[in-house]
Design a protein around this ligand. Structure first.
Ligand SMILES: CC(C)(COP(=O)(O)OP(=O)(O)OC[C@H]1O[C@@H](n2cnc3c(N)ncnc32)[C@H](O)[C@@H]1OP(=O)(O)O)[C@@H](O)C(=O)NCCC(=O)NCCS
Length: 175
């Protein structure tokens, strides 16, 4: 692996947004990252155009892309002043991470990406990170726990998964 992580701010790159959308639509990844999913809308698809529009509109979001050599394999986002967070303090980053290429899961890359993400948050002046993880996403939960994130609350009935409404677990780490 030759991993590099780069800020992405060329929002004319439809090819990149199409790849990001393909991860959002992947049946294995979608239940792990998209809130508000239930049986009625599980087949709704996100398009590259929609993601491009959202990126242009949201001035508080920073996007970073993860490459192995020149192959795009993952991404993370940092949102400043995200309204839905539980932490009331300012200077709190809200983050999301996805390794879209499943061949790279379970090989320690998530940990590597999180170190990079935390450093970027510090550079942006953030004092802490809040994230949300669905209660059945054991791999992600384990990753965050091992990096020192602690649970500060739960949002009940947040996402429908395998026949039940499940929780969004909110975790925080002070940087
Ligand atoms: C979540 C994700 C970023 C984790 O990255 P990763 O590179 O696959 O994870 P790592 O290899 O760093 O492993 C993280 C931990 O989970 C453990 N783990 C691996 N597979 C696991 C599984 N199936 N169940 C439970 N724990 C598992 C690892 O042992 C490791 O724990 P350790 O450090 O105590 O050994 C990545 O799998 C991913 O992008 N998944 C899809 C999207 C997603 O879930 N995003 C997060 C939303 S909150």
């Amino acid at each position: 692996m030759k991993i590099s992580i780069r800020r992405f701010d060329d929002y004319s790159r439809r090819d990149i947004f199409d790849v990001l959308a393909s991860w959002d639509n992947d049946p294995m990844i979608k239940p792990l990252i998209l809130p508000g999913i239930h049986d009625d809308n599980f087949d709704d698809r996100v398009t590259g155009d929609e993601l491009m529009y959202l990126a242009r509109e949201n001035k508080n979001r920073y996007i970073y892309l993860v490459f192995d050599e020149e192959i795009l394999i993952g991404a993370y986002t940092i949102d400043i002043d995200f309204r839905e967070r539980l932490t009331q303090e300012a200077d709190t980053a809200w983050i999301g991470i996805v390794i879209g290429n499943k061949d790279y899961w379970g090989r320690g890359l998530g940990r590597y990406i999180m170190f990079d993400l935390e450093e970027r948050c510090r550079q942006l002046g953030c004092k802490r990170i809040e994230l949300g993880v669905f209660d059945y996403n054991l791999r992600a939960l384990r990753l965050y726990e091992s990096l020192g994130y602690t649970v500060i609350g739960v949002v009940e009935n947040f996402v429908f998964y395998e026949g039940d409404w499940r929780k969004d677990i909110r975790m925080v780490k002070t940087l």
